[in-house]
Design a binder for this molecule. Sequence first.
Ligand SMILES: Nc1ncnc2c1ncn2[C@@H]1O[C@H](COP(=O)(O)OP(=O)(O)OP(=O)(O)O)[C@@H](O)[C@H]1O
Ligand SMILES: Cc1ncsc1CCO
Ligand SMILES: [Mg+2]
Length: 269
Amino acid sequence: MNTRPYVFPGATAAASLRQLRASAPLVHCLTNDVVQSFTANVLLALGASPAMVTDPAEAAQFSAVADALLVNVGTLTRPHAEAIHAAIHAANQAGKPWVLDPVAVGGLSWRTEFCLGLIKLKPAAIRGNASEIRALSGLSASGRGVDSGDDSLSALPAAQQLALGTGAVVAVTGETDYVTDGERSWSVPGGHLMMTRIVGTGCSLSAVVAAFAALPGKRLDNVTAACRVMSCAGERACAVVKGPGSFTPEFLDNLYLMREEWLNGENIG
Ligand SMILES: Nc1ncnc2c1ncn2[C@@H]1O[C@H](COP(=O)(O)OP(=O)(O)OP(=O)(O)O)[C@@H](O)[C@H]1O
Ligand SMILES: Cc1ncsc1CCO
Ligand SMILES: [Mg+2]
């Protein structure tokens, strides 16, 4: 296994973004109650189509026709768990990719058991913060509620192990994001500490990962492109806003206006 991460090229991110804008994937979002509207706006700004179809009676029907499914356990309830199982089953039957965001796994027993069951159901990708990825792969973790207490590099071996064990591309986010299929790993620069002070930057990133997972081509590169697009928009937004209150409009504008050359290392320009 080649464990050393290489910096993800901006041109590869740009190629995936071009494909995303051309194909406008329909993303079925089973996400938490805190971030519904923000998540939908992030997908729309990028050119994807979100739909939150959440009742167990409809979830399976919709995930079979959507291009990708997002499963986020942030505000997991029993009806939600039922909808998640139905949707994953239908997505798998229809050959559609699904993505897991294991919010607060490690800190809470029921959702941890639940997600340990989900990762046996062939997710295309898993995106979490360092504490969540460490916990999901069975390592000790120091998460605090939905926030990470661990450094993303410390979770890279866990991410690689999780990728090999599940077949998923695993993205672990933080100051630097790392994305791996267990054999090869990319590092993703950019972002800003202020992004941890606005709710839903990680959750909406997972929805964007689902959108990019629907694209043809290398899944590892497409998922990494999702991380790069979000870190780029976040860094650019944070460079011009005073604080979290004005982040959202600036972030959405940067996603909407994203130019391919912004995705190269030199971010602000
Ligand atoms: N210290 C940091 N410096 C730069 N960017 C960061 C930092 N921490 C997080 N980010 C960026 O913020 C985004 C969300 O990542 P994070 O790891 O905070 O997810 P999360 O904990 O799941 O978030 P949430 O649960 O609030 O949705 C990613 O794009 C990541 O690159
Ligand atoms: C704050 C919060 N609580 C449950 S889910 C969520 C959104 C961030 O993950
Ligand atoms: Mg999260």
